[in-house]
Write a protein that binds this ligand. Structure first.
Ligand code: HSE
Length: 443
């Protein structure tokens, strides 16, 4: 392939992230060109509504309403797919890759749903797919896993990957406000996805966890193979009691691989994180990730995880890698090949059974305040071999009801699920218990 003298960048979609990329590519163009030794041209832009007012000014001659025309334009070297969703975005991506182009994307849902197809299309067409912006906004975590930490096998990766949830939990903790009020604030500030349930039910975090698990272990774990729980049932009672016990509450993705049994497990759930851990003080819209490798030990990454500028920074990082690839032929490690290296060969990786996934647990129960209720609860727990570590009882909404906060000793997901099912059958337990995991991490 001859080296292009000017690199033409095509945009498919120009929403919040796209406008951020345009703004910073234009604003820092001289610096970027000097760093990369190449001329960059913001060549063509596909948008649904050309006349719509935007925060960036696009010359009319560059606009089109046809993203496939941008994706297949022979003059375009790099296609920024910033449409979102998995329908048109998938068509655009596959069309560009079929022509050997480099596609840069922030689209975690597309990658999770169609990652294998996308990488196969890239291999077949001679194209490349870069996706740094899909996980943790401005933190270059994909580059860290794929390149900086390539020497390592990853026993554990855990992190705060959703800025909206972290913002909500931080506001609840700091200001004492309700979940509903904190969510309304997060939406007002533009942190949440268009469908906020993706954030608060844990699915956005699960998509990001799947991408990190793929990079680290070379297999796509589907979200229905994970444990995924969101933050919608967390109340001030939980925030206050967690604080009294020495914990903050964070929505975490936890990816663990046991190299002896070759078992992998991916889970997303609100977690009581000991205050002494660095990630427990990662607040607001920030993300934080702790990566434990067998060579480097634990390394930590903290930064802005959502929003226009942070995400644009990651997209532009990928554009820079794409430019280097186009001009020097030097590729970054192709992600799925890197994953196979990390996995030590991906054959034989199994999903861990629930009884092997352990933790200590926090349970909040709303119960009738009557003689014998505590004994009934203890009986269900004993039957499932879940050992109680502590119990706190508080008066509750009505005269004859109480809130019980229990913590357990180390148990496992199978036993705690059976416990929850047993508790739900007791007349004295008035609503489904709230279950949180306790994150006894060393860092
Ligand atoms: N809604 C996402 C978040 C945006 O809050 O983290 C970035 O993926």
């Amino acid at each position: 392939m001859s080296k292009p003298s000017v690199i033409n960048i095509g945009f498919c979609g120009l929403g919040t992230v796209g406008q951020g990329v345009w703004k910073h590519l234009s604003g820092n163009r001289a610096l970027l060109e000097a760093r990369l030794g190449s001329k960059l041209e913001l060549y063509r832009v596909a948008v649904r509504h050309p006349a719509k007012a935007r925060g960036v000014k696009i010359p009319a001659g560059k606009l089109t309403t046809d993203p496939l025309a941008v994706a297949t334009d022979p003059a375009v070297h790099i296609v920024c797919e910033l449409i979102g969703g998995t329908t048109l975005a998938r068509d655009v991506t596959l069309a560009a890759l079929a022509q050997g182009k480099i596609v840069v994307s922030a689209n975690k849902a597309l990658l999770c749903g169609f990652g294998a197809e996308i990488f196969a299309a890239a291999r077949k067409g001679g194209g490349h797919y870069f996706f740094e912006a899909s996980v943790a906004g401005g933190i270059p975590i994909i580059k860290a896993l794929r390149e900086g930490l390539i020497a390592n096998r990853f026993g554990r990766i855990y992190g705060i990957l959703n800025g909206t949830c972290n913002y909500i939990l931080t506001r609840m903790e700091r200001e004492g406000i309700s979940y509903a009020d904190a969510l309304a604030e997060a939406k007002r500030l533009g942190y949440a996805e268009a469908d906020e349930s993706l954030d608060v039910q844990g699915w956005d975090t699960a998509h990001k966890a799947a991408i990190l698990a793929f990079l680290a272990h070379g297999v796509w774990v589907k979200t229905d193979q994970m444990l995924v729980e969101g933050i919608t049932r967390i109340t001030q009672t939980d925030i206050v009691h967690a604080a009294q016990l020495g914990y903050g509450i964070k929505l975490l993705a936890v990816i663990t691989r046991n190299f002896e049994t070759n078992q992998l497990f991916v889970r997303v759930h609100p977690t009581l994180l000991p205050r002494r851990l660095v990630l427990a003080s990662v607040d607001g819209v920030f993300n934080g990730i702790a990566v434990t490798g067998d060579v480097a030990g634990t390394t930590l990454y903290i930064g802005c995880g959502a929003g226009q500028d942070a995400t644009a920074s990651a997209v532009i990082g990928d554009i820079a890698d794409a430019v280097t690839l186009l001009t020097s032929g030097k590729s970054v490690v192709v992600p799925d090949e890197a994953a196979a290296i990390h996995a030590g060969g991906r054959q034989g990786v199994q999903l861990a059974p629930l009884e092997s996934v352990g933790s200590r647990y926090y349970l909040r129960l709303e119960v009738r305040d009557q003689p014998g209720v505590l004994a009934q609860i203890a009986t269900v727990m004993a039957r499932n071999r879940v050992s109680i570590e502590s119990v706190i009882q508080r008066g509750n909404r009505g005269p004859e009801t109480a809130t019980l906060i229990l913590t357990t000793h180390q148990s496992n997901e199978q036993a705690i699920r059976a416990t929850l099912a047993g508790l739900a059958q007791l007349d004295s337990v008035l609503e489904a218990p709230l279950l949180l995991r306790i994150g006894d991490f060393d860092e």
